[in-house]
Design a protein around this ligand. Structure first.
Ligand SMILES: [Mg+2]
Length: 249
């Protein structure tokens, strides 16, 4: 199964996953692999997966980076390929963006609420660029258009927008599923606009409530997703209880 982290398995504020621990144990006991699918970097995932008791595959940077179960890493694009898109950006657009590459580790820590060491790991982007957008919706559309010339696009997470290659979490999930014969049933959990394609592509999926972003408004009619009432790790636990009960009684 595939799960977003921030706002999904981890609380939006505080990054706790304590309420999810019993469900994590239940998954492990049933031999169900949990693959994080997150906007986080592989450097952050190394630390976090250790804390979660995971050591397998992971999807980082919104699908731009895949770490397979055997440790092989695949990057859809390099960060050096994103730099020219930023350098050539019309000034009005560039000034409305506050990119990770414009910020010190202390600034990233202040914005994210992460400890300084964790913020340093968050800054280790390999294939995408998070940014805050200080412009309007029309400007954001202009930005997206400007990025298409570089084969790049924008996705929205819980806190940041991200410049990303076209490979999103859903595409990375499919690539990973294709490595298994037979293809396993895919469960997916997420809370943000950047999770929607993954949730819709999964065999079974839950949208974790998040009053900061109200992603449910983006879902198509008749989507069939399970919607949780509670947010963060509590919502994750509720969704896993529903899924596990359906399959394992
Ligand atoms: Mg999220």
């Amino acid at each position: 199964m595939f799960s977003d982290l921030d706002g999904t398995l981890l609380d939006h504020d505080g990054y706790s996953f304590t309420p999810a621990k019993p469900a994590l144990t239940a998954l492990a006991e049933k031999g169900i692999a949990l693959v994080p699918a997150t906007s986080k970097t592989l450097a952050e995932l190394d630390v976090l997966m250790g804390a979660l008791g995971l050591d397998g595959a992971a999807i980082g940077e919104n699908g731009a980076v895949i770490k397979f179960a055997d440790g092989t890493i695949d990057r859809a694009v390099s960060r050096a390929e994103i730099a020219p898109a930023l350098a050539d950006m019309p000034e009005a657009l560039r000034h409305a963006m506050q990119c990770f590459c414009d910020m010190s580790v202390d600034e990233i820590a202040a914005l994210t609420g992460l400890e300084r060491a964790a913020a340093a790991l968050a800054a280790k982007r390999e294939a995408s660029e998070p940014f805050l957008w200080h412009g309007d919706a029309a400007g954001l559309a202009d930005l997206e258009l400007a990025l298409t010339a570089y084969g790049l696009q924008v996705t929205q997470g819980g806190r940041f927008f991200h410049i990303v290659p076209p490979r999103d979490k859903a595409a990375a999930m499919q690539i990973m599923l294709d490595t298994y014969k037979p293809r396993p049933e895919a469960w997916a959990l997420g809370d943000g606009p950047n999770d929607v394609t993954m949730l819709l592509a999964a065999d079974r999926a839950a949208l974790i409530a998040n009053h900061h972003i109200a992603t449910e408004k983006l879902l198509p009619h008749g989507h069939g997703l399970h919607l949780t009432n509670r947010e963060g790790a509590l919502g994750w636990r509720d969704a896993m209880a529903v899924f596990l009960k359906r399959d394992f009684g």
